[in-house]
Each structure stands twice: as structure tokens, then as C-alpha cells.
Design a protein around this ligand. Sequence first.
Ligand code: MN
Length: 613
Amino acid sequence: MTEMVYRLGPGCEVDDVVEGNIYIGKVQGFATFGTFVQLNDKTKGLLHKSNVKTEKKERDTILVLVNQIRPNGNIDLREVIMEEGSYETKLVSKKVVISKLSDLRNKLGRNITVEADVVQIKQTSGPTIFTVCDETGTEDAAAFTEAGVRSYPEVQLGDVVRIFGEANKRNNQVQIEVSDMIILRGEEADHVRARINRALEERAEPPADVEPLVDSEVLRALWPEMRKLAKIVRRAVLTQQPIILRHHADADGICAAVSVETAVLQYIRENGGDPDMDNFLFRRSPSKAPFYEIEDVTRDLDMMLKDNVRFGQKFPLILLMDNGSTEEDMPSYKMTEVYNLDVIVADHHHPDDTIDKYLLAHVNPYHVGGDFGVTAGMLGTEIARLIFPGIEKKILHFPAVAGVADRSEAPELQQYLALIDGKYTIDECRDMALALDYEQYWLRFNDGREIVKDILNINNAADRHNRLVALLVEEANAAITEQVETMMPHVKEQVLESGAHLFQADVEMFAHRFTFPPPGKSSGEVHDVLCKKYAGEPIVTLGLGPDFAVIRSRDVLMNIPQMVRSMRDEMPGAGISGGGHLVVGSIKFVEGMRSEVIAKMIEKISEFGVEEL
Ligand code: MN
């Protein structure tokens, strides 16, 4: 039987050496008590002079048997003499211990190996930064070839890699200095990917003990879908997938979006991220319309594709709140489909089921027999708690603000108000809602993150909050009063066959334009005045622009989305589109068909019955 002689491979350490085995070594130097022999670059042993058999000089090759490995790691050797050809040699490769990313902070300055998914590749003017994610966390790995030159160009986003390197700290963050990186393929990659996936599935699962804040049949029925949506958001955070949160730019939409924003940012921090530095990981964008307009999706795609090229970023998760459920979103969804984007929706507008094939999750009270009274802000607050329960106290008043903003008549609103009893009155909630609407008008497409936080009093600056809201409410009310007083004398009234009052308010000719309140809000305010004047009677108010109409109603059995669809079919050449809620909505048309469209609309509205009182 031929003897086996081992050669200790690069990277091997004392842990890889086995007592009793013979190794090929190299003489490193001499001391009075013996000879130092290197087994590889890192590992050496001592050949006591009593165990030396032949005369050697530095750098000579020598065969040694490992007598003993002492507890302190010292290796005692004995020289052996063997005929060349009488033995086989075998390379010992490093026993790879795979470290977990979450454990690297305990291994600073040490050589480590990790197996992870590449989630971002960013070329800096110095090294290439690979952001990698395993089942325990996310860290950066820096690889350097030459300043500004892409290291490991074969490694692409989504590859599973094995990285050898040293764990270090940079800017107070753990970073791996890469000494080598290989792409795992085939079964090996599948295995690692499955392991990471399994763990992520578990980590992304929202906490099991979170229940709705209020006793609500609708929320109970929606809970599984809300958990599903929250899980998708949590998973995006854990895998460094950027999140774009699009929301209707009104108080309800803002409450929905800011609650989720608060939760997501906290969850990012909790997982070692820094949302202030990496603020591209989460972006909140208000949409003017209560649906995902082509203009919005185009901006999002533009930014996403540039970030993908510039920062090696993944494609984002798109979350739509207080918009996204209707047929009007379809053209944008077709765009997201081209890029295979993940889209999820939490909305309380009347949903069209034709859009569900584009969505990974869709929370909507109409799906479970509820209606718009359970507003987006209520849904958002509950979803935020599922994403990060710790923020609950901070956002507890959001559902009430959202509910009064959208004039919810659902029993849930009373319960949400009761939750903040002693902290905020219903009037204070109304004021916050009005201040949000007013300020968002001037913010236009900007999220106004910090101003909005002041309005909603989550910036720990109560005095500033009070003064700001008081001022905004005063300004908003003055503008509304002025607008309504200007419009009222021009409102035209008629009584429909159904007995409902129909009012036409011209928001083009007899209202201030391009200022607050905008046409939708102006029509709403006029409608409110009329509702008071005709208390207890069914009312429809049309706010008429040159090529649009805003529809408000009370105690009339309207179905605006259906009305718009039938008008579109019956009036070719009128360019009709629109929708909204069942009883509150809007319609667009071409200016040249204005009078025909208004006549047809009135005809349709008079066909709707009125609520029996
Ligand atoms: Mn809403």
C-alpha cells in the first residue's frame, strides 16, 4: 500500500491539519532547539532537533509527520524519509466554514467565507460594492481590482456567490473585503438559494400576534390579504428591493402612505440599513389622480431603469395606496407588466377585477362585502402594524384622520376615534385632514416628508405641530369660504323625476382657478353647503369644468363607474373616461361635446333611485 503524503492548500490553517498525517513542508529557519517548517503560507510547525534526520537548508522541501497539535495551536513535527515515488500526494483544501452575515460583526479582522445572493452591484470610483443577502441579513462586500474598474464582471445581480474575504468595519458598518468570489452554479446554487428562501419566507412573515385595532368584520375578513401584502413589503426590505409607494395625494391617501412609510423605514433600520443614507430604497410619491396615471408610471420606470444601470439596483416593488383598483389603472399596469414588476395594492375604491391579474396582492374592502367607509388610511395603519408593530403608538390617530377626511360612515371610524380619546378630538382630526389637503396642494408631486410629519404630529414637536396646523387650517378655510361665496350665486338647480335635487356648479367660469381649493374640493364644499340647506333630501352636485365634471351625491343610489361605462358606449366621439367611488367620482370628456355629455349625464342620474328615508 502506498503511503499518503498531504500538501496543505492555500488558506488552510491549523484546524485543517490532522495528527499522524505526513505533510510536505518547507524549511523556514533554524533555532537552537530545532527547525521551523512551513506547511503553507500561514501554518508552521516545529521540528525538535531530536527529530531531525537529515541536514537541510532554508527553503528545502522536507517530509514531516505531525506528532501532536498542542492546545495552543503549536504543531510538533517529526521528520520522515521516504523514497520518491513510494508515496502519493494529496492536496488538502481549506475546510470551508460558511459564516452567516448577521454574525460577521463578531468576526472582525478574521478570514471568513459566506454564501449569499447578490442583490446590488455598485461601481464606485474605488472598489466595486456587491450588496449580498443571506438567510440572516444583508451586508456589503468590497472588491478591488483597479480604481473605478468593475471587479468580477462575470458576477451579475441575482447570482448566488461564495465570497472569501475578511470581515471589517467601515463607516461603522460591517463590510467584507473580498479576496475571492465564485459564482455557484447548478445544484450547489439551487441548494443555497433554497436555504436563503426558506429563511426569508420565515423572517418576512408578519408577527402572528398582531390583530386589527378595532372589532371589524371587514378587517377580519381582509386580514389574510393584509398579512400577505405586509409580507411582500417585509421581504422587499430584507432583500434590498427598492419600494416605490404611490398614493392618492389627499389626506386619506397620505395617512395610508405615511403609516406604511414610518413602518418600513423603521423596519429597514431594524435590519441594519440606513434609510437616511440609502433613501433610494424607499420612495413615497403622491399621485394627483386616484389612480396610477401613465405620467406616474413613466416617471417611476424612468427612475428605476436609471437606478438599475447607475447603482446596479433591483427593479422595485410598487405599492399603490388609495389608488390602483380600477380599470383606469390598466394602461399603467400594462407598462409594469413589460418590466415584470411586482405590484401590490391597498385601496378602498370600487375595484374592477380585470386588474387583479397584474397584482401580487390586493387589499380592498369591497372584496369582502365592505365599502369605501373602511378607508385607505385605516387599511394602511393596520398594514403598517403588520410590517413593524413597534410604530403602532405613533400612528394610532391616522385612521381617524383618514376616516374624517374621506367622510367615512363606517362603524370602524367611531372605534378608531375611541382609541385616541383624550389625545385628539374629532375636530383636531378634521383640522389635520384639512391641513394635509391644503399643504399637499402646494407640494404638488413632492412627498413633503418632514412637513407632513409635522402636520400629523409624529415629529416630537407638538408646539410646531399646533402652530402649523392652526395656520394651515386658517388659510385653507379662508380660501374655501372665498371660493364658495363666489360660486354659490351661479349654481343652477333642478329637481329630477326621482325627486332628487340636481345642482350644477361651474368650476371653470365662476371659480378661482389654479389655486386652493382645486375644482374637486370646490365642488365638494358647494355640495356640503347644499346638503345643509336641503337637509334630509336626496342631492346630486355636479362641479363642471370645460372637459370634466366632478360628481358628489347624497341619498341617491348612484353607481358612477357603471354610469361612465355606459355613457362611453352610448356616446362615441365624446372621449369619455372616468370613475371613482360608487357615489363620488369624476368624468372626463372632450370640450366640444360638453353640453351633450352634461345632458346625457343628467339623464342617467335621474334614472338612479333615491334612498328611502
Ligand atoms: Mn381615500
